[in-house]
Design a protein. Structure first.
Lengths: 650, 368
């Protein structure tokens, strides 16, 4: 009886415990249901958005970059489509091993590895970097087949920038390069950051940099569905319905005022010499040729330059990466004299016929300033002073004008000031004056003082004078244009490739220097004389047009007062630079230019022949090609008669 | 043969099969296969394999249902010892897969002895308490705890936290149902809570991370938190009605990890929503209630304890799995019964159901 009772009680106890367990089950299921209800009803919207965010990505579609064309439509920068091999660093656990494995499939040179390494260092924020560019069709096929072995390795089809002419006009066109950390900062600070989503490249130098905005185009957008590993689900097989795509708008094309055949002719004319040349259309300020020698191949920079090429370019004693025309600073030498002569006329310090006697030197206090010609030029008037480039004439003149007055007058031609040309980075140079010296030298008041003797050197274009070839060209173009200065520019018009709509870069008058026509006439006449019977007569012998010019020699090392410069005893890179400024035709200038040949000695010998070749090419189409259609002549102020031809015989 | 003969044969064939249980199991299989079809769209072979697994499971269930509960009691000790030996074998010669030593190579195949322990453990403890039914004192319970602790520790060390948890739960259910004093339960619970810091020290790094990421999944969104974040998104984005069969974006864009196995519930509730999840809850609840009923009506102490423990183990499976997928519980490798892809756990699950059926069928026959 007790046993049965016991069993009953135990059974009862057991069932109580089962009941407790059952209650626990119900409670747990209620909690689960509560959780599902919370997630699926209350928080549904949140998680649904999360699910969409997970798999729907906005993919930027890169626009085609605009082309860069010369004035005749010759392509200077273009795009072609090709494939790159790109690595997504975060998805690759062992980068070295992956690259080694890839090297078994496609050609990966040590150069590619070094370039990749450099890219990694320069763009730390970026996950996706190219290991190889311009894959061949075979390589693309091999990689496509083996892709699943390589997580984080992708083949990307994209447009490549190409500069078909290579070195020609490299300093003008510039290049694009991969967006680096500094670019990222700049882009993020701009109000155009959205347009660079997914972009890898940006203009780094030259026109590619300056006109990045119009060239880049407008990035398009597309909704894509991606799976968990980030792969894009092909359209048509999507799990979701996607919004239609917004196509990208291609960048605008730039048409330049530059004549690439003239540019080529000019570059050829330099031979192996280093130097710079800037040719401007005086009536518009349009740049016709813009040379900095030696050049470099901008194609090397597009996807990151490999260290070997970089070292070769960067460490070359010839500094090919320097844009000499824009940033090279040189004393103008005797090419300064026409402006000094004009200053003398305008300031009433000299008349054209007034002569001085040149004994071959000029004494200033106890200092003797040497003339180039031992024994001197004898009696010299203004015409002769320019034609034979008489230093003593200008020593004397400079000693009579205060430096600040010289600076004020000369400065009107743009010396020592930015020209406002449409590329970045131009240098200012030095237009010497008391104010400049005060700012330039900071240590002692003695250093800051201007000494009258210093003005004497300035008068022949030496001393503190230092200007860019671009400034020299702008000055001579302004002179040729009778004092009307145009802003120099490369781009003629910007064209929308779809609508064909053109935005012209209108010639922009910077200023009109108030100059007397008769004074201008004297100077131009003398410059015609230079090419006809003066220092550059040999270089211009037999020219079929009348040109005006002036030779110059820019000292690289200052000589002590009585020292005589001897080319033979001076190291090559310390030799004088040869300079030449010119415009032609003299009565109706269509082209004005400045030439600088580094360490080539006298301007007449090295620089004038370069100028002759360029002028011949442009005006006569010598070189076997037809000349360009001439630009409309410069509009002339009506009250100034056109310059007359020189009436002197040879 | 006459129709009557066929009917008789069928009746005899189905005599020991419990109607409600088989109905629930078939429903679960159907839902499971439909979900797997969607989850394993990239590996369609899995669907056929799982269908075969289900057939095999039904056969095992039928076989187990034919066995008399007395036989279960008789084989309890040998089975336990054999499985314990195999666990020892695993520790000594086991294959390491995914960083855990769980598999015992048998030449022709490998098995996970820890999986078998899920049945061997309640069998042994039920039998032990049955033997000492008349005099259950503190000592008996202490021995039972010891019997439970050794294999659980061995499994936890493999490491296989999910299975260790289920084995421990199965054993604890037996001990609880056998009548462990409430005072001891209260004291034990307090002791466990107090020893949590110690337990923390024993856990593997990856196990600790799982607990930590449960508290804040976003702390490691691409690592340990990824599973929880993605499965929670799948469940939540399913909404009330779900995205529809084969329409789950989290599933089909591969955001759900282990979507055919441990995380299949994420696929299910993404595509079938709260309605689908509720149906599943009801099915499991029905299964558990039926099991508890069978336990309550079981004829002997052994069968009562066994049926109760088996049933509550089902409950543990379901709650731990769904709780983990919906972000309530840490990620432990526990499959969703009859739904998750895989044959191993299905064997023990179907044997368990078969045992329940056997106990139900023999509820009056043994009563003395």
């Amino acid at each position: 009886m007790t046993e049965i009772k016991n069993i009953r009680r135990e059974l009862h106890n057991f069932q109580v415990r089962l009941g407790v367990a059952g209650a626990l089950v119900l409670a747990a299921f209620a909690v689960l249901f509560g959780r599902f209800f919370y997630l699926q009803v209350i928080q549904h919207q949140y998680y649904d958005t999360k699910a969409v965010d997970n798999s729907i990505a906005i993919m930027p579609i890169q626009p085609n970059r605009g082309l860069i064309l010369d004035r005749n439509g010759v392509v200077l920068a273009r795009n072609y489509s090709g494939y790159t091999l790109e690595l997504t660093l975060s998805k690759i656990p062992n980068l070295e091993a992956t690259i080694n494995d890839l090297a078994k499939l496609v050609d990966i040179q040590p150069r590619d590895r070094r370039r990749f390494q450099k890219l990694r260092e320069e763009s730390k924020g970026q996950d996706n970097l190219p290991l190889r560019t311009r894959l061949t069709d075979e390589e693309v096929a091999v990689l496509a087949v083996n892709r699943f072995h390589f997580p984080g390795v992708d083949i990307r089809g994209r447009l490549f920038r190409q500069y078909p002419l290579g070195e020609v006009a490299a300093h003008v066109v510039g290049y694009i390069g991969r967006i680096d950390d500094r670019d990222v900062e700049r882009i993020e600070a701009s109000d155009n950051a959205g347009n660079y989503k997914g972009a890898d490249h940006i203009g780094k130098t030259g026109l590619e940099q300056k006109y990045e905005g119009p060239l880049h185009g407008t990035t398009g957008f597309e909704q894509v569905e991606t799976d968990a590993s980030g792969r894009i689900v092909p359209r048509g097989t999507n799990v979701r319905t996607l919004a239609p795509r917004t196509p990208p708008m291609p960048g605008n094309n730039l048409t330049l005022t530059l004549d690439i055949r003239l540019q080529e002719a000019a570059e050829r004319a330099f031979g192996d010499n280093r130097g710079a040349l800037v040719a401007i259309e005086p009536a518009t300020g349009g740049i016709l040729a813009f040379v900095s020698k030696p050049g470099y191949d901008p194609n090397l920079f597009i996807d990151g330059i490999d260290p070997a090429n970089w070292d070769a370019l960067n460490n070359s004693p010839d500094h090919p990466l320097n844009n000499r025309a824009l940033t090279g600073l040189y004393a103008p030498g005797s090419t300064f004299k026409p402006y000094m002569a004009l200053a003398a006329l305008e300031l009433g310090k000299r008349t054209p016929n007034q002569t001085i006697f040149d004994p071959g030197y000029f004494m200033f206090g106890n200092n003797r300033f040497r003339d180039d010609k031992a024994g001197g030029h004898g009696h010299v008037d203004m015409y002769k002073s320019i034609v034979v480039s008489c230093d003593t004439y200008y020593y004397t003149l400079a000693s009579e004008i205060d430096i600040d007055i010289i600076a004020r007058f000369i400065g009107q031609f743009g010396f020592g000031a930015k020209t406002g040309i449409d590329v970045e980075g131009e240098f200012v140079g030095v237009l010497p004056s008391r104010e400049w010296k005060l700012k330039r030298f900071k240590t002692t008041p003695l250093q800051q003082r201007w000494f009258p003797g210093e003005t004497i050197s300035v008068g022949i274009g030496q001393g503190y004078n230092s200007y860019t070839p671009l400034q020299l060209a702008q000055a001579v173009a302004t002179l040729a244009n009778d004092g009307v200065m145009y802003r120099p520019h490369f781009v003629d018009y910007i064209q929308n490739p779809i609508t064909g709509e053109r935005t012209s870069v209108e010639p922009q008058v910077v200023k009109t220097i108030p100059l007397k026509a008769k004074n201008l006439e004297v100077i131009k006449h003398a410059m015609v004389g230079v090419n006809k019977e003066g220092t550059s007569a040999r270089a211009f012998a037999g020219a079929a047009y009348v040109s005006a010019g002036k030779t110059g020699t820019s000292q690289v090392v200052a000589l002590s007062k009585n020292e005589k410069y001897s080319e033979a005893t001076v190291a090559e890179h310390l030799r004088d630079h040869a300079l030449f400024i010119a415009f032609a035709p003299a009565d109706n200038p269509r082209i004005a230019l400045a030439v600088l040949v580094e360490n080539a000695g006298f301007g007449a010998r090295a620089a004038a022949p370069v100028a002759r070749k360029v002028l011949d090419f442009y005006l006569l189409g010598k070189d076997g090609t037809k000349p360009d259609k001439p630009a409309p002549p410069a509009p002339r102020p009506v009250d100034e008669p056109p310059a007359e031809d020189d009436d002197r015989s040879d | 043969m006459t129709t009557a003969a066929i009917r008789q044969l069928l009746e005899r064939f189905a005599a020991k099969i419990d109607g409600p249980l088989i109905a629930i199991v078939l429903c679960l299989f159907a839902l499971g296969l439909a979900t797997l079809y969607s989850a394993a769209y990239q590996a369609p072979a899995r669907f056929g394999a799982q269908a075969l697994n289900a057939l095999l499971a039904l056969v095992l269930m039928w076989v187990a249902a034919q066995v008399h509960p007395q036989v279960f009691m008789r084989i309890a000790v040998p089975v336990f010892l054999a499985v314990l030996l195999m666990l020892l074998g695993v520790a000594l010669f086991g294959d390491v897969r995914n960083g855990a030593r769980r598999w015992l190579p048998l030449g022709f195949a490998s098995i996970q002895p820890s999986e078998l322990m899920k049945l061997a453990m309640p069998l042994l403890l039920a039998r032990y308490f049955h033997r000492h039914e008349t005099a259950l004192r503190f000592r008996e319970f202490a021995v039972a705890f010891l019997l439970l602790a050794v294999p659980t520790a061995m499994i936890a060390r493999q490491p296989d936290l999910g299975t260790a948890l289920l084995v421990a739960a199965a054993g604890l259910y037996v001990i609880f149902l056998a009548g462990l004093s409430w005072k001891v339960i209260a004291a034990g619970t307090t002791a466990v809570l107090a020893s949590l810091p110690v337990l923390w020290g024993v856990l593997h790094d990856y196990q600790r991370r799982r607990f930590l990421t449960l508290l804040d999944p976003s702390s490691d969104p691409l690592g340990a938190g990824y599973h929880i974040i993605q499965s929670t998104i799948a469940v939540g984005s399913g909404g009330i009605t779900g995205k529809g069969w084969l329409e789950g974006t989290q599933t089909h864009l591969e955001f759900i990890p282990e979507r055919a196995t441990d995380f299949i519930f994420a696929v299910y509730s993404e595509e079938f929503g709260l309605i689908g999840a509720s149906i599943l809850l009801v099915l499991y609840l029905a299964l558990i209630m039926r099991g508890l009923m069978i336990s309550a009506n079981a004829p002997t102490f052994f069968t009562r304890l066994l049926a109760g423990s088996i049933t509550l183990t089902f409950f543990t499976y379901a709650v731990v799995n769904m709780g983990m997928v919906s972000g309530l519980l840490p990620v432990v490798g526990v499959p969703l019964p009859f739904i998750s892809y895989g044959g191993t756990s299905l064997i023990t699950l179907s044997l368990s159901i078969g045992m329940l059926m056997s106990i139900q069928h023999h509820r009056t026959l043994v009563q003395t």
